[in-house]
Design a protein around this ligand. Structure first.
Ligand code: PMP
Length: 453
């Protein structure tokens, strides 16, 4: 391999890494990745890693080094790389049609380039619907404790993870928090926990006034908030409440979307009928930047009233929503998932991750709870199973570091808040084999032994 030390030096001197405290690089070098193939990555020092987090943040659903996606993007770029605004492109139209085929009940696709942006589009649509159809009422948007919807000021106003939002306010008005639904950390001592957690949303709606609430945004399975799978009965009740009060249901599929849970979309696991669905990461598995805001025809129609006043259409553009690389990559990404049977593999391998983690609970009392859907799995670590006191944050990080030293990249949620859902996270590409899964959980086993004894 070429000497890549100048590249590491350049990175150290000039790149401001995401989510990183750079003080650490006074004593160590930043990691620079050079190559990826399938589930594996190589860094600039030549070290090989097994990637159990799909590119760090649940993105590379079909794995690294896909020549067919690179070729599809290349072919499209030399034909037509871009056109934005009030016109379509061939891959944009074709992917929209293919996507809608997978989403019965949905109808329209609005393109942009990040999860935050896709969510922010919904917030703008909801406000415009309120202004034009509800006399300025129904402008509030509910969001849930522990959910996350993006990094812009608008989407941070709906961050249920305070540590991400706390230094960047003040935020715009009209975003209201509802309680989370994590049964492991019970807020109500009842049998039908799912319904109770959903009823808590209704209580907030009644407090705010149903005629002021336009929409609610929810992750089907909460990602960064600690891999929170919904309790039985939760979604059915949420849907009922939305219908009862004429509240639009926005499902944030930025993580769950395009196969991560073993179905095309996480909401399809729970029989939800959304009004808005947003997606980003897995849409093109990181081969291009693309996100989609998908709506029903009913929502779309609300932007067609009184066209003569020139104000009814959605007055929004995303410059790079006109890049054709996104839908070209997304189309090929979808074909790969279908032709290789990756949804079924995801379900099967997800069950293996959960079974392996549950088996580890016998040996490691520090594992308090195991949760997941498809290849989207977490193990919450606690200092005491009875009190559920969270495990020491530094030790949780030591487990992640130990796995890395073994050559396995795993994740842990909510690093910056001591005590908040210290959940180890496994979210490998949907191509993972049984051997890959066992390597990952064996690494966790060894790390837990070393760190917690
Ligand atoms: N929604 C969810 C559920 C996410 O996890 C994320 C990113 N981690 C986002 C939205 C924001 O996506 P992006 O970083 O592409 O803006």
């Amino acid at each position: 391999m070429n000497d890549l030390s100048p590249v590491i030096a350049a990175d150290k001197a000039h790149v401001w890494h995401h989510l990183s405290q750079h003080k650490q690089y006074e004593t160590i070098d930043p990691r620079v990745f050079v190559e990826g193939k399938g589930m594996r990555l190589w860094d600039a020092t030549g070290r090989e890693f097994l990637d159990a987090v799909s590119g760090g943040v649940w993105t590379v659903n079909v794995g690294y080094g896909r020549e067919s996606i690179a070729n599809a993007v290349r072919d499209q770029l030399v034909k037509l790389n871009y056109y934005a605004g009030a016109a379509g492109t061939v891959p944009g139209a074709t992917f929209a049609q293919r996507l809608i085929e997978k989403m019965p009940g949905m109808s329209r696709v609005y393109y942009s380039n990040s999860g935050s942006e896709a969510n922010e589009k919904v917030y703008k649509m909801v406000r415009q619907i309120a202004a034009r159809h509800y006399g300025g009422k129904k402008w509030k948007i509910l969001y849930r404790d522990r959910d996350y919807h993006g990094t812009t000021i608008g989407t941070l106003a709906t961050s249920g993870q305070d540590q991400r939002a706390m230094q960047y306010g003040p935020y715009p008005d009209g975003f209201v928090r509802v309680p989370h639904c994590l049964e492991y950390r019970k807020q109500w001592d009842v049998e039908n926990y799912g319904e109770r957690a959903a009823d808590a949303i209704e209580e907030v709606i009644l407090r705010e006034g149903p005629d002021t609430v336009g929409a609610i945004v929810l992750e089907p399975v909460t990602a960064g908030g600690g891999v929170i799978t919904p309790p039985e009965g939760y979604w059915q009740r949420v849907q009922e409440i939305c219908r009862k009060y004429d509240i639009l249901l926005h499902i944030d599929e930025v993580v769950c979307g395009v196969g991560r849970t073993g179905k095309w979309f996480g909401y399809q696991q729970y029989g939800i009928e959304p009004d808005f669905v947003t997606m980003a990461k897995g849409v093109a598995s990181g081969y291009a930047a693309i996100s989609c805001t998908v709506t029903t025809e009913r929502v779309f129609d609300m932007f067609k009233d009184a066209p003569e006043d020139g104000m009814s259409y959605f007055r929004d553009i995303s410059t790079f929503g006109g890049c054709t690389s996104g839908p070209a990559a997304a189309l090929e990404n979808m074909r790969v998932i279908e032709d290789e049977g990756l949804l079924d593999n995801c379900t099967l391998m997800g069950e293996r991750v959960i079974a392996n983690l549950i088996a580890l609970m016998e040996k490691h009392k520090v594992i308090g709870d195991v949760r997941g859907k498809g290849l989207f799995c977490g193990a919450e670590l606690v200092a005491d199973r009875l009190t559920k006191e969270p495990a020491d944050e530094k030790k949780v990080q030591a487990v992640v570091a130990d796995c890395l030293a073994q050559g396995v990249i795993i994740g842990a949620t909510n690093r910056s808040v001591p005590g908040f859902n210290n959940t180890l996270c496994l979210s490998p590409a949907l191509i993972a084999t049984a051997d890959d899964i066992d390597l990952m959980t064996n690494a966790i086993d060894a790390a837990l032994t070393r760190v917690f004894g």
